[in-house]
Design a protein around this ligand. Structure first.
Ligand code: ADE
Length: 465
């Protein structure tokens, strides 16, 4: 990821991001920070970049020309998402941070004085974003906040690359209080339960603490948390057909965009998938269809549905059927035996192998999955012979074993290994098998997966012509 920061105070940005985790990621080359001094682009003799606003009023405005030229110099004709940091923008959230983390390049434009001439903003800015309802003396601190929050989501930036993606497990609640040694400090004792060694009790105590903190301090967050818990409860009434929705919510990646009279839309932001269900299937059409259709985000790329009438309506909305699958889930808590021992987490050095067997056109996707640590390979006499992985929405998939090594239980070992990694994280493993793939269906059943009754349709948005 490359961050370009257009600013009048380049040293402030370089120093602000030069240390700690982000500084190290810059040193390693995981991210690139390109700080551009807008003043270098002024055509005024004394380096002036500001002027009085037409119509009068307090303060000065940054002029259009130097901002425009600085922007042109960094983007060089490419369409790069450009964020103007301003208290007049939409609020910056974890959701937006995830969206930005998916970009290859971002420009941050930092304002000073009373703002920037509107005409250049209209020409170069794609997003106007604020970090809160207060006014800073300039945009640099706000840009640094957004860079920090997005960069830590990128693979390889945090030491433990999985932690940023998985931290959201508790993400609708504020953190519970934490304690370290000594057990008594200033006469205050660490809560007894934390010294008990009983993990269940500790978890229950932490959840209760997190709940009561959130209820008191952030009633807005608490309401969202409760809505999610209620929906999870309803979905669990038919778990087999809803595990994809439930796991998206439980793992903190799915967002409820619709939930009314059985009309449900859960949007999985990272993978841009809409998981949908219509409460009423009366003909003609579906009662809640207009409500649901209006909630599909414009960036969505996929829909996953279990109702044929929704397939037809989505086809009219510009989606086309990609495939039809059966959903399988593993509800036992016990890890599976892994017959074959040499299974490892794959790294980017295996990317060519993955592309050769899964498809060159999937290279970017495989690179992201591998970089995030979600692809596993089986080695026979030290040679990579097959793989399995987790798709971005959380299902187990990608299963492949070379023809020369089939019928030796390698596929079963790979999948069992993947199941165990999911169980360790507290997830319920599930996957989709394209209908008609009898070998894979038989494998799921042999491993102890249950089949959901419904057909799962994957639909892809047709490219705009
Ligand atoms: N510039 C000044 N105040 C700001 C804020 N709250 N958010 C983003 N940019 C700003």
């Amino acid at each position: 990821m490359t961050y370009h920061v257009l600013t009048l105070f380049p040293e402030m940005v370089r120093q602000g991001l030069g240390d700690s985790i982000i500084g190290k990621a810059i040193e390693r080359g995981t991210i690139t920070l390109d700080v551009v001094d807008i003043r270098e682009y002024t055509k005024e003799r004394h380096g002036q970049v500001d002027d009085y606003p037409y119509g009068g009023g307090a303060g000065m405005l940054m002029q259009a020309q130097p901002v425009y030229d600085a922007h042109r110099a960094v983007t060089d004709g490419r369409a790069v998402r450009t964020v103007y940091v301003t208290p007049q923008g939409q609020p910056f959230t974890q959701r937006l941070a995830r969206e930005y983390a998916a970009e290859k390049e971002l420009v941050f434009l930092c304002g000073h004085y009373e703002g920037i001439d509107e005409r250049v903003l209209e020409e170069v800015v794609t997003d106007r974003v604020s970090i809160g309802d207060y006014v800073l003396s300039g945009g640099e601190l706000a840009a640094m906040v957004m860079i920090d929050a997005t960069a830590r989501l990128l693979p390889g930036v945090l030491g433990n690359s999985l932690s940023a993606q998985e931290e959201s497990f508790h993400n609708d609640l504020l953190e519970y209080p934490q304690y370290s040694r000594p057990a008594v400090w200033h006469g205050k004792k660490v809560p007894e339960v934390l010294l008990s060694g009983d993990h269940r009790k500790v978890e229950a105590w932490r959840l209760e603490q997190a709940r009561s903190r959130t209820r008191q301090v952030r009633p807005d967050l608490y309401e969202r948390y409760q809505n999610k818990q209620h929906l999870l409860h309803r979905l669990s009434g038919d778990k087999r057909n809803h595990i994809h929705m439930m796991e998206s919510l439980r793992r903190g990646q799915g967002e409820i965009l619709a939930d009314r009279d059985g009309d449900i839309l859960i949007y999985h932001q990272d993978s841009r998938i809409c998981m949908m269900e219509a409460g009423s299937l009366e003909e003609p059409g579906i009662k809640g269809w207009e409500y649901l259709a209006g909630k599909i985000p414009s960036q969505a790329k996929w829909c996953l549905v279990t109702q044929e009438s929704l397939v037809e309506l989505l086809e009219q909305e510009g989606y086309q059927v990609f495939n039809q699958c059966s959903q399988f889930l593993y509800t036992l808590r016990e890890p599976l035996p892994v017959g074959h021992r040499d299974i490892r987490v794959l790294t980017l050095e295996h990317l060519d192998y993955l592309c050769a067997h899964y498809g060159q056109e999937q290279r970017a996707y495989l690179e992201e999955r591998t970089g995030s640590g979600y692809m596993y390979g089986v080695f026979v006499e030290g040679i990579l012979r097959g793989f399995v992985g987790m798709h971005s929405e959380g299902s187990i998939g990608f299963l492949y074993v070379e023809p020369c090594c089939r019928r030796q239980g390698l596929a079963g070992s790979l999948e069992a290994y993947c199941v165990n990694r999911h169980l360790e994280r507290g997830w319920i493993p599930y996957g989709h098998v394209v209908q008609g793939n009898e070998a894979s269906e038989a494998l799921q059943e042999k491993l102890g997966f249950y089949r959901a009754g419904k057909t799962f349709w994957w639909l892809e948005k047709k490219p705009c012509i």
